[in-house]
Design a protein around this ligand. Sequence first.
Ligand SMILES: [Zn+2]
Length: 336
Amino acid sequence: MPLVTMRQLLDEAAKGGYGVGAFNVNNMEQIQSIMEAARETKSPVIIQASRGARSYSQDRFLYHLMIAATEVYPEIPVALHLDHGNSPETCKSAIEMGFTSVMMDGSLMPDGKTPSTYEYNVKATREVVEMAHAKGVTVEGEIGVLGGIEDGHGAGVDALAHVTDPAQAAEFARATGIDALAIAIGTSHGAYKFTRKPTGDILKMDVLIEIHRQLPATHLVMHGSSSVPKDLQDIINQYGGKLRPTWGVPVEEIQLGIRNGVRKINVDTDNRLAITGAIRKVFAEKPEEFDPRSYLKPAREAMKKVVAQRMTQFGQAGHAGDYAPLSLQEMAARYR
Ligand SMILES: [Zn+2]
C-alpha cells in the first residue's frame, strides 16, 4: 500500500486503545529493521526522519528507500513523518518531498535551540496546519520544552524547566488545529534522560493525565521515550564502550500514557544502542573481519529485536490489517 498519513494511524490506534511507535531512521538498514519487525508482529508503524537524517541521507535517498519499503512490505501501513521541523519552510520542503506527516516544533525558535513565545508557536504551527491539511498531510505540534539535545536540536534545558501547562495545551490545540500534540513531562532526548529510575517527581505522568482530561480528542505524543535498557548499555560497555549509568522511560510508564491518550511514542536511542552494541561485539570478537555486512547484519537484527519488542509492548502488534489506507486527497477532503 502507499505511504499512509499519521492521522489515520493514530485515529485507528485511538479506536483500538493502543500506541504506535515512531522510530527514527537515517539509512537503509534501520528502515529494513523496522519493516521486518512490523511484518513479524503485524504492526502499523511510523518511520520518522529528523533534519539531521534528511541531510545525512540527502533526503531523496531516504524518500526512495521509504517507497521501496512500501513495495517490499505492501501489507504494512507506514507513515513517513518529519521529526522536529524547525520552521514552516522545513515542513514545506518535507511535504513537497512526499512526507505524509510533519512536526512543526514551534516550542523553539527556528534555530532549534531558543525557547519561543506561546504567540510565535501558535502562529508558526497554524501556518503549517493550513498548508499541510490542504494536502491531507498530518501535523504534530509541541507545547512545553523537552530536555536534552539530539541531532543538534534542543534547548539543552533541564527537563523540568518547561513542563507543559495543561490549560495552555488545550488552548494551543484549539488555536492551531493540530492532529497530534507533543508534550513536555520531564523526558529528554538522547541517552541521558534520568540519573535514577524515574518516579513521579521527575517524570510527570500526572500532568499527562490532566492534559488528556482537558483534551480527550487530541492524540498525545511522548518524545524522548526510549527505555534505555541496562542490557543494551551493558553490551556496549562490555565491548569497550564508555556509557555512563543512565535511566530511560520505563515501558510501564509508557503503557500508563497509552491508557491516557498517548498514541505516538518516539524511540530512537534504544535502537542506536542496539546497533552500536552489535557492531562493537563483532569488532571485539572478530577483529579479522572487514566486510561491512559482517557487522551490519547483526546490527540490523539487534535493532529489529528492540523494535518488535516495543511494538508488542505498545499494543500496535496485530493491527496492520485492520484498515485500508486513505489517500492524501481523501484526508484533505476530510479536513475541508
Ligand atoms: Zn523529540
